[in-house]
Design a protein around this ligand. Sequence first.
Ligand code: BG6
Length: 464
Amino acid sequence: MQYQFPNDFFWGSAASAAQTEGAAFSYGKGENIWDHWYKQEPNRFFQGVPATDASTFYKNYRSDIQLMKQVNHNSFRTSISWSRLIPTGTGEVNPLAVEFYNNVIDELIAQKIEPFICLFHFDMPMAMQKMGGFESREVVDAYAKYVETCFKLFGDRVKYWFTFNEPIVPVEGGYLYNFHYPNVVDFRRAATVAYHTIIAHARAVQCFRKLNLPGKIGIVLNLTPSYPRSQNAPDLLASKRCDLLFNRSFLDPAVKGEYPQELVELLGQYEQLPKIESGDCDLIAQGKVDILGINYYQPRRVQARLNAINTDGPFMPEWFFDNYVMPGCKMNRHRGWEIYEKGIYDILINLRDNYGNLPCYISENGMGVEGEEKFITDGQVQDDYRIDFVKGHLKWVHRAIEEGSRCFGYHMWTFIDNWSWSNAYKNRYGFFRLDLATQQRSLKKSGQWFAGVSKNNGFNEGEE
Ligand code: BG6
């Protein structure tokens, strides 16, 4: 069967500033939380590897963009590093950063690769974190100024903007589960950070509209369907609450301009609501996006809690559910994540039916593999597993589009194996393999295959 995608479908990959640029302490860049945390606790990073040099995109962006061409990308997402552009988070703009991002954007456009630009991908400037990060409304103001600067500098050429990448992840990592700085475990503070992130997002959308720029504005969310173990009422309730906490907490305000009433009630019941200021609701209503980016890697499976809650412990989302491992599920054993291709279709159909079928695209999908060097033959990573993974997901994307979804693109995570937060280079995801010692890039089999898919705007069943 031929899986042909709509004309002008976007094919490409995604990455982010902190994970690729390197030059973390040079060319006028200020520190972000990752630079700071590494100095404090290098042992929290896989094999003690920092992002200091990452994959040298700052230095090699021109030749890297040539590699994008080689795999027929017509689009690419990266982010602007706030601490590179405005080293102390607010105030002086770094002219070298302006030059760098101008060069990247211009080079992408010259090579006919549409730049998709995200304004925040987990990398809070340290100066802003010292003021409380998104717990502070002052930092929200600073973010609003920073994005206005970006729109004014680059908005004449960038047509696809995203206010945040996976905004729930810094909330989970930094304020609930201790895998991002500042390593706090406190639900109410987490809820405040999440809420202020939505306020910041809405400020960005408001500013974008005021400037009357030609492009579109969106947000990138990691939407993870919460499948219940069974159709029993308690399992269904567990899945509904998970969905509220982990998906709808960002999806509803970003797309519908308001929070789900059930979420407000649930947090209210446990006295976890953040402080709401007058004017917030109007502002959030103005934050409705034009487009949505969807990151999807794995589903979430849940069941009703098996044991009583320890109410002496901190209030946590897990008060409402237990994770559930479905017997016999398909696994990516190299990363320990379930592979469930239909999840991508379920997300798109949910958006079609319950979120006004807004234009959206798959902004990240991918397969992390630890120890990928074991798959190298004749100098090339033979990642047939990744080709199967992509094919499996693309078939479901194709079907959703046939059934009316307005999905307009598919980006893989990622272009070149990149540094990934505390996992550093543990899990490899790229179309190109990165040799850490030499920084050499070499095309994987999946990259070759994807080049054909992009060129043909689809693929044939059985074709490799
Ligand atoms: C995505 C993030 O969720 O997962 C990326 O947007 C990240 O920034 C990617 O690198 C892979 O994460 P990991 O932990 O498997 O290396």
